[in-house]
Write a protein that binds this ligand. Structure first.
Ligand code: C5P
Length: 227
């Protein structure tokens, strides 16, 4: 069977990672969550007080990028890889609303994007990979064999994200989460470097009214046509 690259892009909280994990498991592929990489750089900047509230010291972030070492390590018990920042597991730290509120501004920095895109391209050298993000089908792997673009209404996405955060024990309101989803959509689609756009050859999946199973079955049909 032919090994391919599956690129999954789309708005935040559209269930990209759920779908990507299901596909990777089914196909025995590597799953890479590129959002985790942008989140880890953001967490690093937060720890150093280069980003807080409206303030962002872009120069410091850029100058210290060589001190950011990112690595994914597979967790057998969970069945997927976790993000390590300079040797420390930061999965929990990078999934907070606070990081979500700052990450899109860090992701606007071209030097950050260049560094992460290069790492992502290296990870896909041998194919057999499912990667999700915002620019995978357009910038990281424009030659990917299968490109999926996921979308759903902002309210549906905020509702899902809100439930997830509550389950993780975080104290947030639905309004805060909705505001964050809308704000990230805006920044991600309007930034100069690699804005979130649908690749011309991407298949659009609107999952507002699809169950996980229906969505998975639909995408597996597309995969089978390519392998
Ligand atoms: O996928 P996730 O929601 O975790 O991504 C967090 C943020 O990282 C996005 O809102 C976006 O600003 C940024 N991102 C990006 N390019 C990617 C992946 C994520 O700009 N490939």
């Amino acid at each position: 069977m032919k090994k391919i690259i599956i690129a999954i892009d789309g708005f935040s909280s559209t269930g990209k990672s759920t779908l990507a994990k299901q596909l990777a498991k089914e196909l025995g592929y590597v799953y890479v969550d590129t959002g985790a990489m942008y989140r880890a750089v953001t967490y690093f900047a937060m720890q150093n007080h280069w980003v807080f509230e409206e303030y962002l010291d872009k120069e410091q972030v850029v100058q210290n990028l060589n001190k950011v070492q990112l690595r994914f390590q597979f967790n057998d018990a969970l069945g997927f890889a976790e993000m390590y920042l300079n040797g420390e597991n930061v999965e929990k730290e990078i999934r907070t609303l606070e990081v979500s509120q700052k990450v899109s501004r860090i992701a606007e920095i071209s030097e950050v994007r260049a560094k992460l895109v290069q790492q992502q391209q290296e990870m896909g050298q041998d194919k057999g990979i499912v990667m999700d993000g915002r620019d995978i089908g357009t910038v990281v792997f424009p030659e990917a064999e299968l490109k999926i673009f996921m979308t759903a209404s902002a309210e549906t996405r905020a509702e899902r994200r809100y439930k997830e955060l509550l389950e993780k024990g975080q104290t947030v309101t639905y309004e805060e989460v909705l505001e964050n989803v809308e704000q990230r959509d805006y920044i991600d689609t309007h930034r100069e470097d690699s804005p979130l756009v649908q690749a011309e050859d991407a298949v659009v999946i609107d999952n507002s009214d699809l169950t996980r199973e229906e969505q998975f079955a639909k995408v597996m049909e597309l995969v089978k046509q390519k392998i």
